[in-house]
Design a protein around this ligand. Structure first.
Ligand code: NAP
Length: 254
């Protein structure tokens, strides 16, 4: 039956940035659908672990700062994650950072840090996961893109570069890995009420301008991504490859 295709019972998902914001909502959604979760975080919080264990699912926490890591470390992390519960079916590349400032004054550090965390880490985690998934004959990779995978934004040039490129590698990897039965897709959240947008939401000019443009009439929440991530992580999306799915309250339609 159709709803059975959305079930994730027996699956294991690695979710980056799982301890707060959108990543926490994504991890909870996958667990509610039946998956056990490995949460990869920089910080050391137990909030997501407790919520997931309360659902009767297993949770294992791993730690890494993507700012200071490299491809070998990321590969070891993915291998360790796959060994934890004996398999790896789903990777959600959610962790991300943002630096704000006008392009004329933008620093090399603010460029490199955002590309490193939002793009390079996502690629090398995907590569390591796909090496395992291709041997297993199946896998799901879900990248968390952005409206700035489609648009330029204002004063966030390295973020726009990274998220546009993340959409690009989503399509490129989908092309290469579909033959291994690995689906690579992305969710492009709209303007969501998390720490990532705290500066915007407290800006008395930008906050009402953004809200005015959202047809749904409100900022998004982590819960708003739950349906999309379960869909893209489950068999219900087996024929989807390289899609960048907006979940944006209609922002892009304006
Ligand atoms: P958030 O609350 O700031 O969460 C960001 C997550 O990324 C945190 O878990 C954070 O870990 C992790 N992270 C940041 N830098 C890291 C590093 N160097 N190494 C490892 N982990 C790191 O913001 P969010 O809105 O939930 O963002 C989640 C994703 O959604 C990001 O990729 C963001 O670009 C994307 N997104 C957000 C929006 C929005 O409107 N909020 C819209 C489109 C896309 P710590 O807790 O340790 O800092």
């Amino acid at each position: 039956m159709i709803l059975d295709l959305f079930k994730l019972d027996g699956k294991v998902a690695l979710v980056t940035g799982a301890d707060k914001g959108l990543g926490q909502g994504l991890a909870l959604a996958l667990a509610e659908a039946g998956a056990d979760i490995i949460g990869l975080s920089r910080s050391d919080s137990n909030t997501t672990a407790e919520a997931i264990r309360a659902l009767g699912r297993q949770y294992h926490a791993m730690h890494c700062d993507f700012q200071t890591t490299n491809a070998d470390v990321l590969r070891n992390i993915v291998d360790e994650a796959a060994n934890q519960f004996g398999r790896l079916d789903i990777l959600v590349n959610n962790a991300g950072t943002i630096r704000r400032g006008p392009a004329l004054d933008f620093s090399e550090t603010d460029w490199d840090d955002v590309i490193q965390v939002n793009l390079k880490s996502a690629f090398f985690l995907s590569q390591a996961a796909a090496r395992i998934m291709s041997k297993n004959g199946a896998g799901k990779i879900v990248n968390i893109a952005s409206m700035l995978s489609f648009q330029g934004g204002i004063n966030v040039i390295s973020y726009a570069a990274a998220k546009s490129a993340l959409a690009g590698i989503t399509r490129g990897l989908a092309n290469e890995w579909a033959k291994h039965n690995i689906n690579v897709n992305a969710i492009a959240p709209g303007y969501m009420a998390t720490d990532n947008t705290a500066v915007l939401r407290s800006d008395s000019n930008r906050a009402p301008a953004i809200l005015d443009r959202i047809p749904a009439g409100r900022w998004g929440t982590p819960d708003d991504l739950k349906g999309a991530v379960v869909f893209l992580a489950s068999s219900a999306s087996d024929y989807m490859h390289g899609a960048i799915v907006p979940v944006d309250g209609g922002w892009l339609t304006r």
